[in-house]
Ligand binder design. Structure first.
Ligand SMILES: Nc1ncnc2c1ncn2[C@@H]1O[C@H](COP(=O)(O)OP(=O)(O)O)[C@@H](O)[C@H]1O
Ligand SMILES: O=C(O)C1=C[C@@H](OP(=O)(O)O)[C@@H](O)[C@H](O)C1
Length: 330
């Protein structure tokens, strides 16, 4: 099923700009996507979109200063009327005249193209300000550092490196699991530190670090050459992912582990590492993102959506810490 509707928003008050529209949509899947654009190409300082589903108003997405925004909201039954309200703050009534909203209900409720477009727009917006500063992704094994890192690097025109892969290359093609066997964890950690040391001297990189890189205090000296972002994924989702591909390649988990076994091991590791992950410059929490987007099943949150969230967090950091950013030219 795919239904697309376009509705004109009516301007109800002038200052601050306040837009309200009502749309009744029949949805087979409980989700809708909402796109808003300003007719006059006006940069909107803040926009929040609210949805009502059976009297309950929820913020669909955090306010976004971009000209176009996209959000998802969910409703509780298969056939619902949803009221959408956009609060636009800081724009004059003249700027808001002719603003348009469109509502799309796709078969899976996600407008993949929209997230890709939003990712590209965000990457373009912050590329210059980033000035070649590297991005280091940290997080538990299976949190998507490699998968999200590739998407992120492509959007920014950065190089991508997976530190595990570089450790393997430095060991002449020996796998991480074999290195753990032959040189124990200490040998692996030394090689990992050396890889991070070398990467920290470069620019324009997105680096997927190994899940345990954060436990070596020394490594933070290298990570701090760039922006460190923690991909915080709930343990049950992690256990599901790592057991789906098999745990043989992950030496800190028992081989051929069942989901509940992987969960128990990951839970212990997180207890030891949680505080270290918390030292990141920014965090992208899949749980928070899911709540904001009204998504129940984490597997519906695509790497592109997560990469966009990473850039949004970095954008926030750049705005907050503009003066403190490393001024390195590459
Ligand atoms: N957003 C996502 N949704 C569902 N599966 C994902 C997502 N991101 C990664 N995965 C899957 O989880 C597994 C681990 O991802 P990976 O990127 O290798 O994590 P890491 O580098 O943090 O260990 C892979 O099989 C990958 O396909
Ligand atoms: O959590 C850890 O200590 C490890 C995570 C792995 O990397 P990924 O996080 O990329 O799976 C790899 O470095 C090694 O198996 C140790």
């Amino acid at each position: 099923m795919s239904v697309a509707m376009t509705g004109n928003l009516s301007l109800l008050s002038a200052s601050p700009g306040y837009l309200k529209t009502m749309v009744s949509i029949q949805v087979e899947r409980p989700s809708i996507a909402y796109t808003w654009s300003s007719a006059r190409n006006t940069a909107i300082p803040a926009l929040s979109v609210w949805s009502s589903s059976m009297e309950r108003w929820t913020l669909c997405r955090r306010p976004d200063a971009s000209r176009k925004t996209c959000c998802r909201c969910s409703c509780s039954s298969d056939f619902s009327a949803i009221e959408l309200q956009a609060d636009v703050i800081g724009a004059s009534s003249a700027e808001l005249q002719g603003a348009e909203a469109s509502f799309d209900v796709g078969s899976n409720g996600i407008l993949v193209e929209d997230y890709e477009e939003l990712l590209q727009n965000k990457a373009e917006k912050i590329r210059e300000q980033l000035n070649g500063t590297c991005i280091f992704l940290i997080g538990m094994m299976g949190s998507g550092k490699t998968t999200v890192g590739r998407v992120l690097s492509k959007s920014l025109g950065y190089y991508f490196f997976d530190s595990d892969e570089l450790v393997e290359q430095a060991a002449g093609g020996t796998s991480v699991a074999q290195i753990f066997e032959e040189s124990d964890e200490e040998g692996f950690r030394k090689a990992e530190t050396e890889v991070l040391r070398q990467l920290s001297a470069l620019g324009r990189l997105v680096v997927a670090t190994g899940g345990g890189a954060v436990i070596e205090p020394h490594n933070w000296g290298y990570l701090r050459h760039g922006i460190v972002v923690w991909l915080n994924v709930p343990l049950d989702a992690l256990a599901k992912r790592v057991t789906a591909v098999g745990t043989e390649s992950r030496p800190l988990l028992p081989p051929d582990a069942a989901q509940h076994q992987a969960f128990a091991h990951l839970s212990k590791l997180l207890e030891q590492r949680g505080a270290a992950y918390g030292h990141a410059d920014a965090t992208v929490s899949i749980q928070v993102l899911a709540e904001e987007l009204g998504i129940v099943d984490y597997s519906e949150i695509t790497p592109t959506m997560i990469a966009l969230q990473v850039l949004e967090e970095i954008d926030r950091l750049l705005i907050e810490k503009e003066c403190k950013m490393p001024k390195v030219h590459y």
